[in-house]
Design a protein around this ligand. Structure first.
Ligand code: ZN
Ligand code: ZN
Length: 245
């Protein structure tokens, strides 16, 4: 109890120090360029981001009242649940591109905190471990960081769930999924992941920035299910709506 209280005090202090720093050093909003005291995204732009809304609990495709979609009723994906915050439309696309390809790593705080807040409103059992979708070593060298791992660090702190960066590795430097036609994506991912160390838990969440076809997450989920993991969720910042079928 005391440890929990200390952690809460420390988190709130860290937030307060950051807020104070932002107040003293406002930065231009990445979207509208007005000075903002919060994370480089002003409140108005934050409100204008395209929320995903009710979606299928299994694949995160929009669905009225959040019911299972027809696709998941007949041919569900390997992962058991998907949570996503935004539609992958402008201006969410701009934030994610800046975060992923333009070294704006600090955006992991804004995006991770928004996602963590959303997860807590869902009011359902939390996973025991968070696992970032790994990048191949070659891509880490090109980019300098794994955006999924940066997001996972923030989620882990916010939700007090441990992060496991060591159980999965990417064995193939696959072509970026976005550069391939839908049908080529699944093939591109054959044997793309390897489990180096079995996580000693039953319920995990895989973390990634964008959910497109879902094949990347499912390739990782298949490897973890082989290791005896019972429940695998996928948490992403945004969900592409058009690539599906
Ligand atoms: Zn703004
Ligand atoms: Zn679905």
């Amino acid at each position: 109890m005391l440890m929990h209280t200390n952690t809460t005090v420390r988190r709130s202090l860290t937030r307060k120090v950051r807020q104070l720093y932002s107040k003293l050093h406002p930065t231009p909003c990445l979207l509208c360029h007005r000075l903002t005291e919060y994370h480089s995204i002003c409140e108005a732009c934050s409100q204008s981001l395209p929320k995903l809304g009710p979606h299928c609990p299994r694949c995160a495709m929009p669905s009225p009242d959040g019911h299972y979609c027809g696709h998941c009723l007949t041919k569900p994906p390997i992962r058991h649940a998907s949570v996503s915050l935004f539609r992958y439309d402008y201006p969410a696309t701009k934030l994610i591109t800046q975060f992923k390809f333009h070294h704006q790593i600090h955006l992991c705080h804004y995006l991770g905190e928004q996602l963590a807040q959303h997860i807590t409103t869902l009011n359902r059992p939390l996973p025991q471990q968070l696992i970032p979708i790994p990048l191949h070593a070659m891509r880490i060298r090109q980019r300098g960081y794994n955006q999924a791992a940066e997001l996972t660090k923030v989620l882990s702190k916010q939700l007090q769930i441990s992060m496991n960066q060591h159980c999965l590795s990417r064995t193939k430097a696959t072509q970026p999924q976005t550069s391939l036609a839908y049908k080529e994506r699944k093939h591109n991912l054959n044997a793309a992941f390897r489990c180096k160390m079995r996580p000693e838990v039953e319920h995990i969440a895989l973390i990634d920035d964008v959910l497109t076809s879902g094949h990347t997450a499912d390739a990782a989920a298949a490897v973890l299910i082989e290791q005896g993991i019972k429940t695998i969720e996928l948490w992403t910042i945004a969900r592409t709506i058009r690539h599906y079928g």
